[in-house]
Design a protein around this ligand. Structure first.
Ligand code: GUN
Ligand code: ZN
Length: 445
């Protein structure tokens, strides 16, 4: 092992983490807020986390301790459970709802990924934006082109990121240049799994785009692929808009409901991440719960496309809780900022006559998202042995936030101010596997 790989560093400041699920056990029992903590990192993992007074004496002699001061907040890196990297260049495309938006903006953009050089440029831009926003892991849709997956994984590997991604499977209802077949999609995915799944920190996600763009034969092939590679993730979209739900009913009249279209083809279970799920009914929620599948809640996207307001309180209902993570869903989503995404999640909950607490919201973006991806034993919280992916927030990142923070009574209120008013300016540093991967340029807002 090289000297630099084994070097220890430590950072100091206020810290936030979760030891369990606050939706199940309450914030009191699961949220850890240390007003002065040290997180020490060695060989890409957290070696120590706790109050500075207890951890400092335990550090190896000569450990560098970087002190971020009392206006910082150290957290596990943010996790984005649903995002399309190829849609980075088409974010903020005006005037359409889901199905029209796919045809008008998304498919023409994804056609450009026939050029691997273009894919690489966008992958770099995408990962740079992630780090600027404190996102250290994401679950990513590529395009139908296998080299779009290679481009993203090659860039992620160079940065040492834990990341899941997959080639989109589509064999109908899209332009000719974006279609594969049940067989070619299966073969290409199988080859990508062999090449990338489990290589370093990278994971493969089997990715049928959604039931509208896959024939039953392709869904069956995706199901077979997942059965043969059951430690891969599986990601797709479900019940995002009402028009989409009606269309899927027409395409699959023989199936009980939308989820049953996937379930019937072996595409529902642990490590499945279903995007959106706004319009799922009670039997579908029950089935997600018992199968261990997760929903990626993507509120900025849901508002942007006019899809609806996901009811998170209903999804996590105690008698049949469904795993829920947070997603930006770029490019229907309108921000890479997890703060902006949490702000939208709060507003979605308000429209459902609930008020998501700041603590619960940060859980969704960290440990909750890791749990949705079955990675909560590796990422999403601060604890010895976890992979050292961290974000350091600046709790006074703009003049308005600074003024508002001065009137904040307690830590929950401070957190809520961050998620309501904060954005990429609040991210002062991002660590990936114990290495400083992004630092905000001082004085630049
Ligand atoms: N449903 C199928 N494909 C997509 C996509 O690219 N974005 C969103 N938001 N929904 C989808
Ligand atoms: Zn999506």
């Amino acid at each position: 092992m090289s000297a630099s790989a084994s070097r220890s560093i430590a950072i100091r400041g206020p810290a936030l983490s979760f030891t369990g699920d606050p939706f199940r056990d309450g914030l009191e029992a699961t949220m850890v807020h240390e007003s002065d903590a040290i997180v020490a990192m060695t060989d890409g993992r957290i070696s120590h986390f706790g109050p500075a007074s207890l951890v400092a004496p335990l550090l190896p002699a000569g450990t560098e301790v970087r002190d971020y001061g009392s206006d910082a907040l150290i957290s596990a890196g943010f996790i984005d459970t649903h995002v399309h990297y190829p849609q980075t260049p088409m974010i903020a495309s005006h005037g359409a709802q889901l199905l029209d938006w796919l045809n008008r903006y998304t498919f023409p953009t994804e056609l450009k990924f026939a050029d691997k050089g273009y894919a690489r440029d966008i992958a770099k831009l995408f990962l740079r934006e992630n780090l600027r926003n404190g996102i250290t892991t994401s679950c990513v849709y590529c395009t139908v082109h296998p080299h779009s997956v290679d481009a993203l994984f090659e860039e992620a590997e160079a940065l040492g990121l834990r990341l899941a991604a997959g080639k989109v499977l589509m064999d109908r209802n899209a332009p000719e240049g974006l279609l594969d077949t049940a067989q070619s999609g299966y073969d290409e995915s199988q080859a990508l799994i062999a090449k990338w799944h489990g290589r370093g920190r990278l994971l493969y996600a089997i990715t049928p785009r959604f039931a509208g763009t896959s024939t039953p034969a392709q869904l069956a092939a995706a199901g077979a692929l997942w059965r043969e590679n059951s430690d891969c993730l599986m990601q797709t979209h479900i019940a995002e808009s009402r028009d989409e739900v009606a269309w899927i009913k027409e395409l699959f009249p023989e199936r009980r409901n939308y989820l049953d279209v996937y379930d019937h083809h072996g595409l529902c279970g642990a490590r499945a991440v279903f995007g959106h799920g706004i319009w799922l009914d009670e039997p579908e929620m029950q089935r997600l719960h018992e199968s261990g599948a997760a929903i990626a809640h993507c509120p900025t996207s849901n508002f942007f496309l006019g899809s609806g307001a996901f009811d998170i309180a209903r999804a996590v209902r105690k008698e049949r809780p469904v795993r829920v993570g947070l997603g930006t869903d770029i490019g229907a989503g309108t921000s890479f900022s997890i703060m902006a995404t949490l702000d939208a999640a709060y507003k979605a909950s308000q429209l459902n006559r609930q008020s998501l607490s700041a603590g619960h919201a940060y859980y969704l973006a960290t440990r909750g998202a890791a749990r949705a991806m079955y990675l909560d034993d590796k990422i999403g919280s601060l604890a010895a042995g976890m992979e050292a992916d961290l974000v350091v927030l600046d709790m006074r990142s703009t003049p308005l936030i600074d003024a508002r923070m001065s009137g904040a009574r307690d830590f929950p209120e401070q957190l809520f101010i961050q998620m309501t008013l904060g954005d990429d300016r609040a991210v002062q540093a991002t660590y990936v596997a114990g290495r400083l991967a992004y630092v905000k340029t001082p004085g630049v807002v």
